[in-house]
Design a protein around this ligand. Structure first.
Ligand code: 1GP
Length: 244
């Protein structure tokens, strides 16, 4: 009997718990993309996300092609809007910003993207995306024109996460926002994890091994590291080593 290749979803889940690297094409020059992709792959990242809140670079597609050539890890689009779709990726996080009440990010951008996703035959991974207050005003908050869930309102986050699961989403992503002053509170991670049965991704503002360990211990299946990779490669390595 012929065995089919594992999907990106299966591949990622086979590494739980693990670290996913986020590469932002607006913040990493296209000529440096290959080197960064090699680096995160050799350090043990389970996968690579590519996306941005804004996307001002004209080199988006070239960036993804370069990353793809330099990694054996699943390459997953993490789009801030409908035009962040590329044929060079393996899969796409089909995000719905559940915590917001802006229909454009709940359903509108998604409708604009589907024909390209189909044309490029990308594996679609539906993700319930939940923005949590982080102590500063983040790009995702501004660009999505939505309010994050207050840090202390754990039950509201749990209700949104369960809603995502009941909608049939494959992951819940608790997001403090790139460069967040504070990551998602551990107590919130713990309660959300307790309530859902699908894997939990947590990102935004994770800068130290201590942050990462706390969030993993609270129940995150994946943590996402973005800004720290741009700031300090040593710190990125230190965090990965501390949780693996
Ligand atoms: C943002 O969760 C990611 O979407 C990563 O955030 O850049 O703060 O690591 P950082």
């Amino acid at each position: 009997m012929e065995m089919s290749n594992p999907t990106v979803y299966e591949t990622l889940n086979s590494t739980i718990p693990s670290v996913i690297a986020l590469l932002d094409p607006d913040r990493i020059a296209p000529e440096g993309a290959g080197e960064v992709a090699k680096f995160v792959s050799t350090q043990g990242a389970a996968g690579i996300l590519i996306g941005s809140s804004l996307m001002v670079t004209p080199h988006f597609d070239q960036f993804i092609e370069t990353v793809k050539k330099n990694t054996d890890r699943p390459l997953v689009l993490f789009p801030g809007c409908a035009h962040q779709v590329s044929r060079h990726a393996d899969a796409i996080f089909f995000l719905s910003l559940l915590s917001g009440r802006n229909s454009e990010f709940l359903i509108g951008e998604q409708v604009k993207a589907v024909f390209l996703i189909k044309e490029f035959n990308l594996e679609v991974i539906p993700v319930g995306y939940i923005l949590i207050e982080s102590g500063n005003y983040t790009a995702v908050e501004y660009m999505s024109n939505t309010k994050p869930i207050p840090r202390t309102k754990t039950e509201i986050a749990v209700a949104h996460a369960l809603t995502g699961e009941y909608f049939g989403m494959k992951y819940i992503y608790l997001e403090a926002g790139s460069g967040a002053k504070q990551p998602v509170p551990a107590a919130m991670v713990q309660q959300v994890k307790k309530a859902i049965t699908i894997p939990l991704i947590v990102g935004g503002g994770i800068r130290t091994a201590a942050d990462a360990k706390t969030i993993m211990a609270a129940g995150a299946d994946f943590i996402v590291l973005g800004s720290i990779l741009e700031k300090s490669k040593e710190q990125f390595t230190d965090i990965i080593r501390s949780v693996s």
